[in-house]
Every structure is written in structure tokens, then in C-alpha cells.
Write a protein that binds this ligand. Structure first.
Ligand SMILES: Cc1cc2nc3c(=O)[nH]c(=O)nc-3n(C[C@H](O)[C@H](O)[C@H](O)COP(=O)(O)OP(=O)(O)OC[C@H]3O[C@@H](n4cnc5c(N)ncnc54)[C@H](O)[C@@H]3O)c2cc1C
Length: 220
């Protein structure tokens, strides 16, 4: 559906729909990489009561079968590990609580070829992924019952963080770099053919935007 030009309450280079972990990350990286770009994040609930981000366990791993996922983790895990400093504002660190506790995938005999194949992809992409046969597993994790386990792969540099700490850190840093957060809900997007013109808000305002990022999670 297209509309005539709306009465705009602001004009932005980038409008981000949803300000949880994905939306706030987009806002932060746009402002970091293109400081002159104007960015607005539209997020109806600053408490993030129903956002997936606050439900997450915060686990971050490189143990994937797909190179693209491994590449994303090769970027994001070091970023998260350094995020307390990287996202500091006025000398106040973020509170991401990164713990490099490692990820361990274990399989029975029938899944050995899959585990081995994944390991080779991970190692080819620079991941410290270690093959542990049953004896090695027992030696490394003496409390583990290894009956029925044929082997495991350990990635010791993987781990977990506090998702809310990462979200609040990204949000605070994005704002410090000039991103605006608007407490409202996007109800429509105006466009001319395939060109985005503006986002319409529940408050009946419209924000002109040259680029719109839909980061509304399950509501996207
Ligand atoms: C139980 C559980 C455990 C998980 N564990 C992990 C894990 O260990 N590791 C991991 O990497 N991932 C995990 N995830 C997945 C992870 O939580 C999600 O991939 C991530 O939080 C998605 O973030 P998001 O910003 O896309 O969406 P959300 O966090 O859902 O945020 C979407 C935002 O959009 C806003 N919004 C909705 N509609 C509109 C609108 N019309 N206009 C403007 N804003 C709007 C919402 O208010 C919300 O704040 C887990 C998920 C769950 C549920």
C-alpha cells in the first residue's frame, strides 16, 4: 500500500523498527561506521518485557555446520568478549558478563560422521575445535557418565553472556553516538513502488527514512 507524502516529524537516514538486541546492534554499528548518518530506533517497550532478547540464555558458540554462521560467530564472540570496554560510555563499562566457559557437543556412534564433518568445517574457518574421544572426554570431565557417548567436540573459546547486559550496553552506546530512541510502535511503512519513504507510528506521527531495518523479532 502506498500513501501520499506524510506529515513528517523527523527525517532520518536510517529508521530501525524494534530496539532490542538486533535493532540496538544495527543502530550502534551504523553510528560507529557512519557517524554522520542519522539513526532513529522505534521501540514501544523500553522494559523489553516480551522481547526474545530477555529470554535468551546468552550462549554464543562457533559450533555450527554452516560457514556463514561460523563467520558471524568469529566476529561476534570477540566483540562480546570485549564489549564491556568497547561499549563503555564516559568511562563507565557495559556489564556483559562474558564467560568463556566453552561449548561441548557430544554424540553417539551413529552421529560420529556428522560431528567429524562439522569439526573439519569449523577448523577450516579458524575455530579452536578439539576432538575428544571417550577416554579424552572422561579424562577432561571426570564427573561425566560417558556410557553411550562416542566422542565430543569442545570449543573452549565459546561461552555465554548476560543478554540484558549486552542489550543495555548496545543501546546506551548507540544513544551516546547520537542514535535516537522513540517510544512508539511502527504500524505501517510508506513507499513509492519499492522505495521506502517513511514509517508510520501508532501515535499517528510519521518519520521519513531513506532506509528501514525491520528488527521487530517475532513481530517482524
Ligand atoms: C528461551 C530462549 C533462549 C534463547 N537462547 C539463546 C542463546 O543462548 N543464544 C542466542 O544467540 N540466542 C538465543 N535465543 C534467541 C535470541 O533471544 C533471539 O534470536 C534474539 O533475542 C532476537 O532479537 P531481536 O532483537 O531480533 O528480537 P526481540 O528481542 O524479540 O526484539 C524485538 C523488538 O521489537 C519490538 N517491536 C515489536 N513490534 C514492533 C513494532 N511494530 N514497532 C516497533 N518495535 C516493535 C519489540 O518490542 C521488541 O523489543 C533464545 C531465545 C529464547 C526464546
Amino acid at each position: 500500500m502506498t500513501h501520499s507524502e506524510p506529515p513528517t516529524a523527523g527525517r532520518y537516514d536510517v529508521a530501525v523498527v524494534g530496539g532490542a538486541i538486533v535493532g540496538s546492534s544495527v543502530a550502534y554499528f551504523v553510528k560507529r561506521l557512519a557517524p554522520a548518518a542519522s539513526v532513529v530506533v522505534i521501540e514501544p517497550d523500553p522494559t523489553y518485557e516480551f522481547a526474545s532478547t530477555l529470554r535468551a540464555s546468552g550462549g554464543a558458540r562457533r559450533q555450527f555446520s554452516c560457514p556463514e554462521n561460523i563467520a558471524m560467530s568469529n566476529f561476534s564472540i570477540p566483540f562480546i568478549a570485549q564489549a564491556d570496554e568497547t561499549l563503555a560510555v564516559d568511562g563507565m563499562p557495559a556489564h556483559v558478563e562474558w564467560r568463556a566457559g566453552g561449548y561441548l557437543f557430544i554424540v553417539g556412534a551413529s552421529d560420529l560422521p556428522v560431528l567429524r564433518g562439522n569439526l573439519e568445517v569449523q577448523q577450516a574457518h579458524g575455530v579452536d575445535a578439539q576432538w575428544l574421544d571417550t577416554d579424552a572426554l572422561h579424562a577432561r570431565f571426570p564427573s561425566m557418565n560417558v556410557d553411550g557417548i562416542a566422542a565430543g567436540v569442545l570449543t573452549p573459546d565459546d561461552g555465554w553472556c548476560d543478554p540484558n547486559g549486552l542489550l543495555q550496553g548496545l543501546r546506551r552506546k548507540a544513544r551516546s553516538l547520537g542514535a535516537e530512541y522513540v517510544a512508539d510502535r511502527v504500524v505501517d511503512i510508506d513507499r513509492d513502488n519499492k522505495v521506502v519513504r517513511a514509517v508510520r507510528l501508532a501515535s499517528s506521527r510519521a518519520l521519513h527514512a531513506d532506509h528501514v531495518v525491520n528488527a521487530a523479532g517475532a513481530w517482524a
